[in-house]
Design a binder for this molecule. Sequence first.
Ligand code: MOS
Length: 729
Amino acid sequence: MQVNEPAGQNLFDDAKVVGKPSPRIDGPLKVTGTAPYAYERHDAVEGQLYGYPVLATIAKGTILAMDTEAAMAMPGVIDVITAPDVGQMPEPISWNVAPLFGGDAVAHYHQAIAVVVAETFEQARAAAALVETNYDAEELGNLDLGAAWEEVREDRTDASRVGDFKAAFDAAPVTIDRTYSTPSHSHAMMEPPATIAHWEDGKLTIWTSNQMIEWARRSLATTFEMDEADVRVDSPFIGGGFGTKLVLRSDAIMAAQAARRIGRPVKVAMPRPMVMNNTSHRASTIQRIRIGAGQDGRITAIAHEAIAHAMDGGRGENAIAQTRDFYAGANRLVKLHLARMTLPEENAMRAPGEASGLMALEIAMDEMAEALGMDPVQFRILNDTQVHPGDGRPFSDRHFVECLERGAEAFGWADRNTTPGGLTEGDWLIGHGVAGAYRGGPATGSGARLTLTPEGRVIVETSMTDIGTGSYTILAQTAAEVMGVTVAEIEVRLGDSAFPASSGSGGQWGAASSTAGVYAAAVALREAIADHMGRDVDSLTFEGGSVRTPDKQVPLAGLSPEPIVAEDSIAFGDYRREQVVSTFGAHFVEVGVNRYTGETRVRRMLAVCDAGRILNPITARSQVIGGMVMGVGAALMEDAAIDTGRGMFPAHDLAGYEVPVHADIPAQEVIFLDTVDPVSSPLNAKGVGELGLCGVAAAVANAITNATGIRQRDYPVTLDRFLDRMPAT
Ligand code: MOS
């Protein structure tokens, strides 16, 4: 189905299933521990061996020699496959940056350099400890982002410009010029990367944990120089990815190499302490923001310049992304600098760009409101725009002002204390903060196959993934809506490259794209059923598990003795680019800061989200509250500090890398505007999984400022940064 214009009236306008609360259909599998995650696919293939990784202990250099003799002599060991032995292989396509496995060059600390394969996990792990490696280590170069920033901060070559920022900023009666910093972040997903690989007749199958089945398949075909048709990737359940599983990781390459060489299936999981440095992270940033406004509060000039660290070939962290698009202002300048550093791979992490960028921009907006003596909600409302401030294209559906107004109303913003440090409750200074949220609303091609069984059930098959987001459920709802059956009559099968190619999960494009793909296939199935009945599809109504014709009603069960199968995909024409399709939100946070210890406790949070039609308020809410939790982590605790001597992140588990726990998150509320965005997709829907994170950390930081009167510009906002400046008590 080719979509070349905004959606008109369609069956989703008076939907019975889509848009209604529908519990997660994969929930029972998850809470009973029976959802088949990659490492537990014991039944997928017989005779699985265990591989344990050996990782580089230098950050840069060359492997001179590897001694595997002692490891090979250990009980149960089948083989030790080393990267120099394997040799340089073609690198995967798509978004991979760091080399995964092969050759003698080391590009980052904890790069995979060998895999020890044994009959049991314990045997493999014990033997792996005996592999000795000699390196020729190279100098790391500069690993200090602050020093790199000082060198480039005045360089505006190739900056993106609208109007004349400098003239407008110099002329503005009210200005701020502030610098912020965000540390590196780890995805810290629950399920570490894991793969079981198996070769048969020159064909490769991997059972793995990956967000993008098509990318993974193409990458394996490229790396092993095979036909894509001879590679199968299966990933039906994924315990979180947040971007690090957008691409193939070294577990898949090691498992496939070992399985090919040994001639038996091999499984490899990346142990938790190895995940942080072997896979990817969100790069740290320094961000300078200048805003100029008239006395009326209207922004006339805005500049956002940032630096992020990046490895060779990497894209850093595009912290300036939202500043091109979000707020009004005729004169604009943005520029991202990259500081090439010998560190593990920086790459996409949930809302790459905006998550870090809004941590700074939304404090700057608060500071600007303060400089103007305006309410921070009013200041944002005043600077809303319905057209892109750079190129003038209209936003397809933008209700940012309504997010702020409804949020302020629901949160009790008008009653807040406006004198910092002026509201106390026992030992606690109470503060309130707000932030705006902005993230794109992309959609991309996606396919599916639908089968009507003789029993009247409908099977949905697509390579779409469910990374904890609720894909199973919203795809079942979509198919149920079009076929006129209940969700209970739908069976959804995901994550297998044997199924029609999908959008995959990333960049919050998954929900809009994959539901549109299932819609296309369901329309095709309706047509196939009409053909089978010898009727014109337009004369049929699919309702209540039956097909109604003008003269009779035929139950889907028993309609055909053979399965009826239909396949189609959605494709979006250029029309989508004529408007700016994005999602918007407003976050409100109340904190208490202990007046003696400086400890910050989040007391309540509210998100108001504008993301088109909400396909399922239960799963969408889960996405948003999860993002809000991640935002609290970014505000208060998450800090992948860099060991500048070794070029690595020493915090390598959930003890050293702190994330919020339940006790940190007492109360969350989410309001969806639930509008329709016909430009986005036939379902009028957009993603929400990244929006929920955007802006949250700044709302927390702004609340701390409101509580204490102390402005924080460096994350995480830990008490050591401001304890000595706390109000006298
Ligand atoms: Mo997302 S960072 O594209 O998984």
